[in-house]
Design a protein around this ligand. Structure first.
Ligand code: ATP
Ligand code: MG
Length: 268
């Protein structure tokens, strides 16, 4: 705590909530959530990563063992059974804490169906959080359902990972339209932080074409940093480590550290 106060006198507290979403599955949301969080933490920022996906990939990818959070996780806080603070767990990185999730979340959409203001549930919980972070990062499930809408309502900005493949932009219009609706109805301050090109394969000419295409259509809304397809990135979740702990010299680690710097530059 003392260290935190000392540091905050030097570094302006940013307190930004970033949601990582794309209803398309397997595009690199969780890989980005874990590794962006870890890279920002390594750059001396205090980070809370919220695993808002019932698959629990951000939780397992950070090496958390299930029995530590089976009975007390994000779901239990969302339904109001326990406080959000009580489900926060530490990770191997001192600046990175996580709120884990499990399959319990699957039922929540149905359980909340008749509840008033259900879309603002997460925002209310975060407003009441009695700990401070420089960034709160939310890893969303591959859908535009209840959980993603809650994350969009709670967030200041959105990162959309886009895989460098043929159908990359398919569905993007629908996602951006959802953002527009959320902005109009529930969260006027929501910003599109940027589109992040992921799994870029240098040797694949299609990947080059897709990248050019996306940049042509979406221009400055696309991050300069491109995440390469990198075997080390796909290996590290099974070791329960972010890439900067698993192999800091890998191209994947360098790319996510570059992304963290690009985001920090954009905020200053
Ligand atoms: P879901 O929609 O199911 O939540 P996701 O969008 O979170 O998926 P990830 O889980 O991050 O996507 O990635 C999907 C798969 O691709 C995983 O096996 C992951 O390890 C792998 N992967 C992600 N990014 C890269 C990369 N840059 N290089 C190599 N493999 C990657
Ligand atoms: Mg995921």
């Amino acid at each position: 705590m003392g260290q935190r106060i000392a540091r905050n006198t030097e570094v302006k507290l940013m307190n930004k909530i970033i949601c990582i979403a794309n209803q398309k599955g397997g595009v690199g949301k969780t890989t980005t959530a874990i590794n962006l969080s870890a890279s920002l933490a390594a750059a001396d920022h205090k980070i809370l990563l919220i695993d808002a996906d019932s698959q629990g990939n951000s939780s397992s990818g950070l090496g958390l063992e299930k029995d530590r959070y089976e009975k007390a996780n994000f779901y239990h806080a969302m339904i109001g059974q326990i406080s959000l603070e009580s489900v926060i767990l530490p990770t191997a990185l001192p600046n990175l804490e996580v709120i884990p999730s499990s399959q319990d979340l699957i039922g929540m959409e149905v359980e909340f169906v008749n509840l008033e203001n259900r879309e603002v549930r997460l925002r209310s919980l975060l407003k009441g959080l009695n700990r401070t972070y420089d960034f709160i990062i939310i890893d969303c499930p591959p859908s535009l359902g209840f959980m993603t809408v809650n994350a969009l309502v709670a967030a200041d900005s959105l990162i959309v990972p886009l895989q460098c493949e043929y159908y990359a932009m398919e569905g993007l219009g629908y996602l951006l339209n959802t953002v527009k609706l959320v902005k109009a109805d529930l969260n006027p301050s929501l910003q599109l932080g940027g589109i992040l090109l992921t799994m870029f394969d240098q040797r694949n000419s299609l990947a080059h074409r897709v990248t050019e295409d996306v940049r042509k259509h979406l221009g400055n809304r696309v991050y300069q940093t491109v995440i390469p397809r990198n075997v080390r990135l796909s290996e590290c979740p099974s070791h329960g480590q972010p890439i900067i702990l698993y192999d800091i010299k890998s191209r994947g680690a360098i790319a996510y550290m570059d992304l963290a710097q690009e985001i920090l530059r954009g905020i200053k």
